[in-house]
Write a protein that binds this ligand. Structure first.
Ligand SMILES: C[S@@+](CC[C@H](N)C(=O)[O-])C[C@H]1O[C@@H](n2cnc3c(N)ncnc32)[C@H](O)[C@@H]1O
Length: 229
């Protein structure tokens, strides 16, 4: 029998270590007011091709923080449509600044929990997913707030096409162990590592994230790349 306390925590998002925020600059506020509505992914989106009819793939970044990784990937891959989800306004404002400055017409955004978006997508919608340094929730009693839960992996698996790639990174040893175990137990994600260096060394296409540089975790960063099978 499952104890209620074992169930994943799906209440509105609380972010790890976040204590209040700085006021947005006038420029950031203007981007949130004027640009964000134009780029926002509509509620219940099923087919990302509605957003990117001419682009060859759809990539999703969950919890993009300040958006540096998403923006750089979008600059490098102008033929790919990016959806970025980040519920906190400071990160969204930073991402909007980069999207605006570099004319990243291949980016769409959602200032919300990524989970309902993933749930609503039609099966096979996503070609690539990045989950970079998700909130670690290192204390035992907080761990059920972690994003990587069996139900979420089901939902993500359904939204990805066969052959899609999913990258997960963390610098918290207990999350690395738990997440790797959950991806592998699921059966629908094939871990692509062949040698230890494959997960201990940043992948060649990795873009260093702001959170990563803070080295707040208890281990050196690890990167797990999976293929959806
Ligand atoms: C530890 S930060 C890492 C940010 C960024 N990926 C980086 O590496 O710099 C985790 C981010 O995930 C966001 N987040 C947490 N839960 C989320 C969810 N369910 N959907 C989307 N974003 C989420 C948080 O707001 C936070 O900005």
């Amino acid at each position: 029998m499952t104890d209620a306390s074992d169930k994943p925590d799906i209440r509105p998002i609380r972010s790890f270590g976040r204590i209040g925020g700085r006021a947005l600059s006038a420029r950031q506020q203007a981007l949130v007011d004027d640009l964000l509505p134009k780029l926002t992914v509509p509620d219940g989106l099923r087919d990302p091709k509605d957003l990117f009819p001419d682009l060859k793939e759809t990539w999703l970044e969950i919890g993009f923080g300040g958006g540096e990784h998403m923006a750089e990937q979008a600059r490098r891959h102008r033929d790919v449509g990016f959806i970025g989800c980040e519920p906190f306004i400071e990160g969204m404002a930073k991402a909007l600044t980069q999207v605006d400055a570099d004319g990243l017409s291949n980016v769409r955004l959602r200032m919300e929990d990524a989970r309902p978006l993933v749930n609503a997508l039609a099966p096979g919608s996503l070609d690539r997913v990045f989950i970079m340094f998700p909130d670690p929730w290192p204390k035992k009693k907080q761990q059920k707030r972690r994003l990587i839960q069996p139900d979420f992996l089901d939902s993500l698996h359904r939204a990805c096409r066969t052959g899609a790639r999913v990258r997960f990174a963390t610098d918290v040893a207990s999350y690395a162990d738990e997440a790797l175990g959950r991806f592998r137990q699921h059966g629908g994600y094939r871990w692509l590592a062949e040698r230890a260096d494959d997960w201990r060394t940043a992948p060649t296409d990795h873009v260093t994230t702001r959170y990563e540089t803070k080295r707040l975790g208890d281990c050196t960063p690890v990167w797990f790349d999976f293929e959806v099978v």
